[in-house]
Design a protein around this ligand. Structure first.
Ligand code: NAP
Length: 277
């Protein structure tokens, strides 16, 4: 019998997660496991989950746009998922839901040797990815400032995080204020710079770029975004977001299978799959 896992989203055909997980199963000789992409329209997400768990016999699923918030009432979200307000991994064996974007992000920073405790961090963006980032950074002891095109949205995000996770230390700034704050790390959680708009950067022209700051760009296509190029031109380190994607997948893999994920294999498969796009 095959142990089925997969990813639900709408659309989801572009996902590189199947390539990444199936490469991991192959590398570990887990021939009785398979991962596929399951498109589910937004209006039938509840029924979709029921079918996958029931007749489908799925062990669990990853959840991507636009379902990460919508699935919350139908699972038991853990503390992290509740704090972030989004579930990206479901285990149907106990209907638990968690969010592996947070450990994927923090784990990738750690793997790159980026210190977080006491570090001043600018988070660009106020969507779902930014909320996961602010939560993970605050838990790791970083000082966080959020900059977002729509300032109200940043304020709302921090108010939500204060309520759901007791995070009160983060504040909202404008980009020019943040530029002078002495940040050691800048995290791009906006979609700006994503292929095909590769010449765009969330760091606006005319605002001086913090010298020597490390930049982590959650955008992973292209691998070296315009923002990452700016970081390097200003003497800083540049880290792309593919590692986060791989590490969140690795956490889900471990949860479902109970086996250590072959992160290097998953990384190579993810990079190959991206190049084929
Ligand atoms: P989202 O909820 O739609 O939020 C998008 C964010 O980008 C908002 O803050 C939005 O600002 C900002 N934005 C969009 N277009 C902009 C523009 N032209 N100028 C300035 N700001 C702009 O999306 P999300 O789920 O948080 O994802 C954000 C990015 O992170 C995506 O590129 C996604 O692929 C990436 N991501 C990567 C990983 C990974 O594993 N590497 C994981 C999660 C997400 P407003 O509030 O003003 O609209």
């Amino acid at each position: 019998m095959t142990n089925k896992v997969g990813i639900i989203g709408w659309p989801v055909a572009h996902s590189i997660s199947p390539a990444m997980h199936n490469a991991a199963f192959a590398a570990l000789g887990m021939n009785d496991w398979h991962y596929d992409a399951v498109p589910i329209p937004p209006d039938i997400v509840r029924q979709g989950l029921k079918t996958l768990k029931g007749e489908g016999g799925y062990v669990g699923v990853n959840v991507t746009i636009p379902h990460k918030q919508a699935v919350m009432p139908y699972v038991h979200p853990d503390e992290r998922a509740r704090a972030v307000g989004a579930v990206n991994t479901i285990d149907f064996r106990d209907d638990s839901g968690t969010n592996t974007d947070v450990p994927g992000f923090v784990g990738d920073l750690e793997a790159h040797g980026v210190a977080l405790a006491g570090t001043r961090v600018i988070v660009l963006g106020a969507g779902g990815a930014a909320r996961a980032a602010v939560y993970g950074l605050a838990q790791a002891g970083a000082q966080v400032v959020v900059v977002n095109r729509t300032r109200n949205r940043a304020q709302e995000m921090l108010a939500n995080l204060a309520l759901s996770a007791g995070i009160n230390s983060a504040e909202v700034m404008t980009l020019d204020e943040a530029a002078e704050w002495g940040a050691g790390l800048i995290v791009n959680c906006t979609s700006v710079g994503m292929w095909p708009h590769v010449e765009e950067s969330p760091w606006l022209t005319g605002i001086s770029f913090p010298k020597g700051a490390t930049v982590y760009d959650m955008v992973y296509r292209p691998e070296k975004t315009a923002l990452l190029q700016e970081a390097e031109a200003n003497g800083g380190r540049a880290i792309g977001g593919l590692g986060m994607l791989v590490r969140q997948g690795a956490k889900s893999f471990e949860l479902w299978t109970g086996r250590a994920a072959p992160v290097d294999v998953m990384f190579a498969a993810a990079r190959d799959a991206l190049q084929e796009r």
